[in-house]
Design a protein around this ligand. Structure first.
Ligand code: AMP
Length: 262
């Protein structure tokens, strides 16, 4: 595996590399990331993983400065997953002085309302990564359901020739969705956080029985204060999505109500 830091190095390395699959990440790899790497590995000739804690998708009061970072560990995990290129640019490489162009997608749902400018940062960095790596396929987790909705809209609206692949959420044995931010949870908070996937499960059960999933999920949150609970249409699937704060950590999750991920 090569670790590259400049856009020019990426272009040189990717000349004539067959079907290229890109997995955009912010690092602190866990099994959720590794599942995306494996899917890319099985479907593509060349697998590129980007590791960039994108400052433009964090709000001023969010956790950019304390976001977990361990590039050496991530590089070992990527190498073990047979990733070909780890693209780990600096902030200056991605946003040189004078940078002034932004991609805005309308209607970014409750998650977009809860995090102003978040999806502007996500859409902008992803379009930049698509232009830098020029992949035929890009891999994302259903865990970030609104992100999937925004990127599907971006690909359609800007006529990108890109196969956007979405893979199911990887969970711990007790049901908590894996997330780099779970590292911030104390043992006690981790136990409280379990109320989120359980409430979403209660929402799905209610939906199956013909009741309102949002009301049922809210009632099952066991004291967790949600930012929102909403039904979200991703095209092939409809999910029940929610975000909540546990201590100082914000967690998000969703569960499929209808359809199957394609
Ligand atoms: P991040 O590094 O958190 O920005 O995530 C990079 C990619 O991994 C995104 O497409 C996420 O949706 C995906 N991802 C994060 N957590 C999980 C998970 N538990 N299961 C599957 N994919 C995930």
């Amino acid at each position: 595996m090569k670790t590259l830091r400049t856009i020019q190095e990426v272009h040189q390395a990717l000349a004539d590399r067959g079907r290229v699959g890109l997995v955009p990440t912010m690092g602190a790899f866990h099994e959720g990331h590794l599942a995306l790497f494996r899917a890319a590995r099985s479907e593509c000739d060349t697998v590129v993983v980007s590791l960039f804690v994108n400052p433009t998708q964090f709000g001023p009061s969010e956790d950019l400065s304390r976001y977990p970072r361990d590039e050496a560990r991530d590089a070992d995990l990527a190498e073990a997953a047979a990733v070909d290129i780890l693209f780990a640019p600096s902030a200056e490489e991605m946003y040189p002085s004078g940078y002034a162009t932004w991609v805005e997608v309308d209607d970014t749902g409750a998650e977009g309302e809860a995090r102003p400018n978040h999806f502007r940062g996500v859409a902008t960095v992803c379009l930049k990564l698509f232009n830098i790596v020029r992949p035929q396929a890009a891999y994302f987790g259903q865990k970030d359901a609104q992100q999937v909705a925004v990127l599907r809209r971006l690909v359609r609206d800007l006529d990108l020739e890109l196969d956007l692949r979405v893979l199911p959420t990887v969970r711990d044995a007790d049901g908590l969705a894996l997330s780099s931010r779970n590292a911030f949870l104390s043992d006690d908070e981790r136990r409280q956080a379990l109320a989120l996937p359980r409430a979403l499960g209660a929402g799905r059960s209610a939906h199956v029985q013909g009741s309102d999933p949002v009301t049922a999920a809210r009632a099952a949150l066991n004291g967790l204060e949600p930012d929102y609970v909403e039904v979200l249409d991703l095209g092939d699937v409809t999910v029940l999505a929610a975000a909540a704060r546990v201590g100082t950590t914000r967690i998000i999750d969703n569960i499929v109500l209808e359809g199957e991920l394609k």
